[in-house]
Ligand binder design. Structure first.
Ligand code: ZN
Length: 364
């Protein structure tokens, strides 16, 4: 069982029971039982305690039989959750100045917004929150997804079925005919889909899509390459967010300590943490199952494409140069954001340094 990204053993089942469990789970997920030699995936609804929970089921052949992974989502009943959360962006826990930038980004009439981060950084949750915020203002929202993880009230969701001919290009064409104000893609466009995405973004539609990149600058530059024309890209991309999920230290066993010299060396010059270079540290206790952590939350980099940033992108920019422009425009890096959380005792310095790329260590 993986909780907040940490694996824990929940129990052991015999090899005879294993086959029964695998068959039962595959049947619930609508997967063909005899297909044991190839990986497979689907979705199922399972009753856990008081609630029906939707989960993603994926199977993979291994040396000793099929391995099954179940991925559960927090949203038990999104409709109820949405009613309880009048502010769609509240679950993200954005800092006030970042929330203001996201709000500006949400008010764009057209263009492309990139939601960047590595796999498992909560990009889908981010996209869903943004989509709900736009839908909440009465705009027509269309979502094209590989797997529908959560039903979103007020949003028309389309599940891609490439085997049935509903690939991303066809789904985009269908969405375009419906003329939505916002189109949310659950997967990055492939080469064939990019021209259509750019065309939609330049004809009165707003498009949001996930992008696998370490930070906003890398996402903007890689998307520029995918679009192929820097001037067109700089005029079409309106912004990029980047994010990481970090583990909250368990408050029950948290203690404070000074930063080591090695840790202090990794704090950028001028960072507020250097004024009082201390961190909390959670060693683990009964309350947190000796993990030292208590849930996760996301930290964000939120960047708008405007002014010097746009001019930089229109030229033949490097990642370093674009990063510099973003910092000049007041966009703080993920590392900077994480270390602010350390100063606020919401994060351990170990986790901050683990989860975020070093400033200036760009790969693009
Ligand atoms: Zn604890």
């Amino acid at each position: 069982m993986r909780v907040d990204g940490v694996l824990r053993a929940a129990g052991v089942i015999s090899s005879t029971d294993h086959l029964r469990y695998v068959n039962w789970l595959k049947a619930r997920a609508g997967l063909a039982l005899p297909r044991r030699a190839e990986p497979n995936r689907g979705a199922a609804r399972l009753r856990l305690g008081q609630h029906d929970r939707r989960c993603r089921v994926s199977t993979s052949p291994t040396l000793y039989g099929e391995a099954v992974a179940l991925r559960f989502h927090r949203a038990v009943d999104p409709a109820v959750e949405a009613l309880e959360q009048p502010d769609a962006l509240a679950p993200l826990g954005l800092r006030a100045d970042q929330a203001a930038i996201v709000d500006l980004l949400l008010r764009q009439p057209n263009g492309i917004l990139l939601v960047a981060g590595p796999a498992g950084s909560g990009r889908t949750t981010m996209l869903h929150c943004l989509a709900r915020a736009v839908a909440g203002r009465g705009a027509a929202v269309f979502a094209v997804e590989e797997a529908v993880e959560a039903e979103l009230p007020g949003i028309r969701q389309v599940k891609l079925e490439p085997e049935l001919g509903l690939d991303i290009v066809n789904a985009l064409r269908a969405a375009n005919r419906q003329d939505p104000a916002l189109l949310v893609l659950g997967v990055p466009p492939d080469e064939g889909a990019w021209p259509l995405v750019v065309e939609m973004a330049n004809t009165g539609h707003y498009v949001m899509l996930p992008w696998q990149a370490q930070d906003a600058a890398a996402a903007l530059l890689e998307a520029t390459r995918a679009i192929g024309d820097p001037v067109l890209a700089a005029g079409t991309l309106v912004g990029a967010t980047a994010q990481r999920l970090v583990r909250r230290p368990c408050p029950a066993c948290a203690a404070e300590r000074e930063l080591t010299d090695l840790e202090r060396d990794q704090v950028p010059a001028g960072h507020p943490l250097l004024q009082s270079p201390r961190t909390v540290e959670s060693r683990g206790c009964e309350e947190c199952g000796y993990s030292g952590t208590a849930g996760r939350y996301a930290i964000f980099e939120t960047a708008r494409v405007e002014g010097h940033v746009r001019r930089q992108m229109s030229g033949d920019s490097t990642g370093e140069a674009l990063r510099l422009r973003l910092r000049e425009a007041g966009v703080s890096s993920l590392r900077w954001e994480a270390l602010l959380r350390v100063a606020a005792q919401q994060l351990t310095v170990t986790e901050a340094l683990r989860a975020t790329p070093a400033d200036g260590a760009g790969t693009v």
